[in-house]
Design a binder for this molecule. Structure first.
Ligand SMILES: N[C@@H](CCC(=O)N[C@@H](CS)C(=O)NCC(=O)O)C(=O)O
Length: 201
């Protein structure tokens, strides 16, 4: 397999973590961000949006990080895992991205306090829904087995808790789940990494 994408992208990090979980070997082609290369013809030909990640497996080419997770997770993808992955795409990740851009990727002088507050509010609603659901005591997002849904959601939490260290104080079930997935080798290697290269000052 060939994975295209810079390791500082949270969407690429999901795939790196997933490849580690399924013990799949791959060639890593680092493009995007400060590395450029998204407009190179070889990349543009396989990535209509010229965004990362892109995964190639023989004749199969996939983009959209959650589609890639589903592909890698094939046998372990349950309807519940799928549901929580969609929750990630539609509910949890959009406010996280908005918040991350406001706090990290936009110069302080250009930051919009009202937009930031809106993103934080939406993120908290998503966290509350996840916390309420996890209060049934299950170990992972989609049941008692680790799944790609844990990667889709869990990949956001290093940055969330780094930016807002107390954010899980009132979400104990999410905090417990995060503590457990954060011990996995793929999380440690790919998710728990510095995002200094993305900071605009
Ligand atoms: N919905 C897409 C989002 C892809 C995306 O926005 N990728 C960003 C990185 S997180 C990108 O390619 N940005 C341009 C760059 O890295 O130069 C996914 O989940 O894969």
């Amino acid at each position: 397999m060939i994975l295209w994408g810079r390791a500082s992208s949270v969407n690429v990090q999901k795939v790196l973590w997933a490849l580690d979980e399924v013990e799949q070997s791959y060639v890593h082609k680092i493009v995007g961000g400060k590395f450029g290369g998204l407009d190179d013809p070889a990349f543009a030909a396989i990535a209509p949006l010229r965004r990362v990640p892109v995964l190639q497996d023989g004749d199969v080419t996939l983009w959209e990080s959650h589609a890639i997770l589903r592909y890698l997770g094939q046998n372990g993808m349950t309807p519940m895992a799928d549901t929580w992955m969609e929750f990630g795409s539609t509910t949890l990740q959009p406010p996280f991205i908005g918040l991350f851009w406001q706090r990290v990727r936009i110069a302080p002088a250009q930051q919009d306090a009202q937009a930031l507050a809106g993103h934080l509010n939406s993120l908290m609603s998503g966290l509350t829904a996840l916390n309420t659901s996890l209060s049934d005591g299950r170990s992972f997002v989609a049941g008692n087995s680790f799944s790609m849904a844990d990667i889709a959601l869990g990949s956001l939490f290093h940055r969330i808790t780094d930016l807002y260290p107390d954010i899980l104080r009132d979400h104990p079930h999410v905090a417990k789940w995060h503590k457990s997935i954060a011990t996995r080798a793929g999380y440690r290697q790919w998710i728990e990494s510095s995002y200094d290269e993305l900071k605009v000052t």
